[in-house]
Design a protein around this ligand. Structure first.
Ligand code: ZN
Length: 163
C-alpha cells in the first residue's frame, strides 16, 4: 500500500479529536504503527500522531535516542507547573517554527501495541514531544500555543524535525 501523506495545516482533519483504541495487537494496528514509523523516519521526524495521517485514533509514536516508543491511548499525569520554553516544529506545519512553553516534566501513561499499560517519567525534550503528540490527538497544533514565531531552522535541523 502506498504510504499516506502527512496532512498539512490547515487541513481540518488535523483538528479532529482522536478516539480511544479498543482493539490491541491486531494486524491492522501493527500495519498502521509500522507505516507511521516509516513515515516519521522518512521525514526525519522525532514523533508522529495518527491524526497527522488523517486517522482519528489515539496512537502516536516517538523516537529519540531509543525507540520507537508506541503510545496508545496516552494520558499525561502530574505535569510540572514549571514551564520550559523552547522552539518546536511539526511535520504538519511546514516551514514554521515557534517558541512553545511546555511543562518541564510529567508522567506518561499509555498502552503498548499489545494493550499492556506502561508508565514513563519524562523531562526535557522527551516531555516536550509527549505533550506535542498528545496535543495532536486532541486536535491541537503547536502554533495554537506558540508565544513567538521563530525561524527555528538551526534548532529544528539539530533535533531532526526537518532535513
Ligand atoms: Zn506535530
Amino acid at each position: 500500500m502506498k504510504p499516506r501523506p502527512v496532512l498539512q495545516h490547515p487541513n481540518e482533519l488535523l483538528r479532529v479529536p482522536a478516539l480511544p483504541v479498543k482493539e490491541y495487537g491486531t494486524a491492522a494496528l501493527r500495519a498502521l504503527v509500522a507505516e507511521m514509523v516509516e513515515t516519521m523516519r522518512r521525514l526525519n521526524g522525532i514523533g508522529l500522531a495518527a491524526t497527522q495521517l488523517g486517522i482519528a485514533q489515539q496512537i502516536a509514536i516517538i523516537e529519540l535516542k531509543d525507540g520507537p516508543l508506541v503510545l496508545i491511548n496516552p494520558t499525561i499525569h502530574k505535569p510540572s507547573r514549571k514551564l520550559e520554553t523552547d522552539e518546536e516544529g511539526c511535520l504538519s506545519v511546514s516551514g514554521i517554527f515557534g517558541e512553545v512553553p511546555r511543562s518541564a516534566s510529567l508522567t506518561l501513561k499509555a498502552k503498548d501495541i499489545d494493550g499492556h499499560a506502561y508508565e514513563a517519567k519524562a523531562q526535557g525534550l522527551f516531555a516536550r514531544v509527549i505533550q506535542h503528540e498528545v496535543d495532536h490527538l486532541h486536535g491541537k497544533l503547536f502554533i495554537d500555543r506558540c508565544t513567538k514565531l521563530t525561524t527555528g531552522l538551526e534548532k529544528a535541523r539539530r533535533l531532526g524535525l526537518i532535513t
